[in-house]
Design a protein around this ligand. Structure first.
Ligand SMILES: NC(=O)c1ccc[n+]([C@@H]2O[C@H](COP(=O)([O-])OP(=O)(O)OC[C@H]3O[C@@H](n4cnc5c(N)ncnc54)[C@H](OP(=O)(O)O)[C@@H]3O)[C@@H](O)[C@H]2O)c1
Length: 498
């Protein structure tokens, strides 16, 4: 492999204050703060930076630092680094709907700006339940905090998924946020997109001349995209039972994987050029027909993994005993454009499946058989290209080869590339990369408004079809926890995961 330049230190994030709403919550403790601490230790945070946690829970700076330390440093010996990082951490109690709270917030921000010389740059992160997004956005606008104080300063708002619950609610949320923030200020985070291997899908497709000419309906038979989990709903039953797999995985992550696989080459690697091509994919997907073989919904029953007994979905804490929420979905989508017409895209995602994996499988058409027909019969497996995001970060291309010996017999072998080849570890994990891009103002890996609305337009009719009482009962298949999903769809899943 040729020598690569040192790309890792070539970023210069602006000084800023990071304000986290919902700083007493799960996302802050599990993802945001540990990511910020790791970024600090790797020198990816600006030197002049302060982090201000806000929530209704009343804490002072010392208590906030203590709570965050327990989550960031558990079992690790990094006292020195933590002591330096903790100096940057502050806390301001807030009532999300009270104007007076935002006046206090503003003066806390002003003091931190002076103390840390951060200029007017502000990054607000909405780590609060979605029902508060519009309210906090509006209050930031009314208090004057949404507007940059100078021509050179910036103010950005990070929005965590879910971005709405349906097309109508997503549109309402977008309108509310846009009342105070411009599109350029909004960073709708999908940490999936920031995974190195997901970013690599575009590099693989467009930086390698050999694949692009065959990336179309002439050569490809079908495309499979799977994201499976072994976990059940864990502690998120309240959210999940109301959302189900279609909202939790398909409207966002699965649609992004679909877009990266199917999009046309963008004019440049810039955010808007990439988003334009993604939106074209979303708007080219044929509307959901409701045909039975285009959709399979499932819900897990009890089962076991590695000898451990697992409860069924309806027996999980916080799930309604008669819940009909799907925990598994298979969708067959058709993209009606020049490149993809007639190529089915199989999208599969579910909880409590046999293995945790995320992969794209491109199945090429069978080679013409004439010269082998006498020896091997009518079928020669088409080549399979597997872009694996998890557990292994790799690319595998299956090829046909001759078995050594006097007769012509074929076997399938693999050409394999692992992303860790030449690297011990990825420099930034997905959340760190997403946060860094927010500070850098790079929107390439974030959702744009038209993409959100286009995907909701696609998914909402499917939801309506599935959530109508009679339809849902009819379509919900039960599967054993720890299996690969409903029997009806096992052959297709096996083709994708084998
Ligand atoms: N947790 C994750 O792994 C994860 C992953 C992806 C996306 N997200 C999204 O990120 C956001 C934050 O998630 P989270 O898990 O951290 O949420 P959370 O723990 O349920 O809530 C965060 C904080 O918001 C405040 N809060 C909760 N319910 C409230 C209510 N009804 N009214 C007013 N304040 C309330 C609480 O703080 P105070 O009471 O102190 O104000 C709580 O500590 C959500 O939109 C979630 O969908 C989370």
């Amino acid at each position: 492999m040729s020598q690569v330049p040192d790309c890792n230190n070539a970023v210069h994030p602006d000084p800023c204050i990071i304000v986290i709403f919902g700083a007493s919550g799960d996302l802050t403790a599990r993802k945001l703060m540990p990511s910020l601490f790791r970024m600090f230790r790797k020198n990816y945070l600006p030197e002049k930076v302060a982090i201000l946690g806000c929530a209704r829970t009343v804490l002072d700076d010392a208590e906030f630092r203590q709570a965050m330390r327990a989550r960031c440093c558990a079992g690790q010996d990094n006292d020195e680094a933590w002591a330096l990082f903790a100096e940057k951490l502050h806390y301001q109690p807030i009532e999300y709907d009270q104007e007076e709270s935002y006046r206090h917030l503003k003066s806390a921000i002003t003091k931190l700006q002076e103390k840390f010389s951060t200029g007017g740059n502000l990054l607000f992160d909405l780590a609060v339940p979605p029902l508060l997004y519009s309210q906090v956005g509006e209050m930031l606008g009314r208090s004057g905090l949404a507007a940059a104080a100078t021509d050179t300063a910036w103010v950005r708002l990070v929005v965590e998924k879910p971005f709405g619950h349906s097309y109508e609610s997503a549109l309402e949320l977008e309108n509310n946020l846009h009342a105070s923030f411009s599109e350029e200020q909004l960073f709708r985070i999908d940490h999936y997109l920031a995974k190195e291997t997901v970013q690599n899908i575009l590099t693989f497709r467009f930086a390698n001349q050999i694949f692009e000419p065959i990336w179309n309906r002439t050569h490809i038979d079908w495309v499979g995209i799977i994201s499976s989990e072994t976990l059940g709903v864990e502690k998120r039953a309240g959210y999940y039972d109301d959302s189900g797999v279609l909202r939790d995985m398909f409207q966002n992550h699965m649609m992004q994987l679909l877009a990266l696989t199917a999009m046309e080459p963008p004019a440049s690697f810039k955010a808007d050029a990439i988003q334009n091509e993604k939106v074209k994919v979303f708007t080219s997907v044929l509307p959901f027909s409701g045909a039975e073989n285009n959709i399979v919904l499932g819900q897990y029953d009890s089962g076991s993994v590695n000898g451990e007994a697992l409860a069924g979905y309806r027996d999980e804490d916080g799930v309604k005993a008669d819940s009909r929420t799907p925990t598994f979905a298979f969708l067959k989508l058709d993209i009606d454009n020049w490149r993809w017409q007639g190529v089915p895209f199989y999208l599969i995602s579910g909880k409590r499946l046999k293995e945790k994996c995320t992969r794209l499988v491109i199945r090429f058409k069978e080679a013409p058989l004439a010269m082998f027909k006498g020896q091997i019969g009518d079928h020669l497996s088409g080549n399979r290209l597997v872009l694996s995001v998890y557990p292994e970060e790799s690319i595998t291309l299956s090829i046909q080869a001759k078995i050594p010996g006097p007769r012509l017999c074929l076997r399938t072998g693999d050409l394999h590339f692992s992303y860790s080849q030449g690297y011990d570890d990825f420099v930034l994990d997905a959340y760190e990369k997403a946060l860094l891009d927010c500070i850098l103002g790079d929107r390439t890996l974030f959702w744009r408004q038209d993409g959100i609305l286009a995907t909701w337009k696609l998914v909402t009719p499917i939801l309506e079809d599935c959530e109508g009482e009679s339809c849902r009962i009819q379509q919900l298949h039960h599967y054993e926890a720890g299996s690969w999903g409903p029997q009806e769809i096992l052959p297709t899943i096996r083709e994708i995961v084998s």
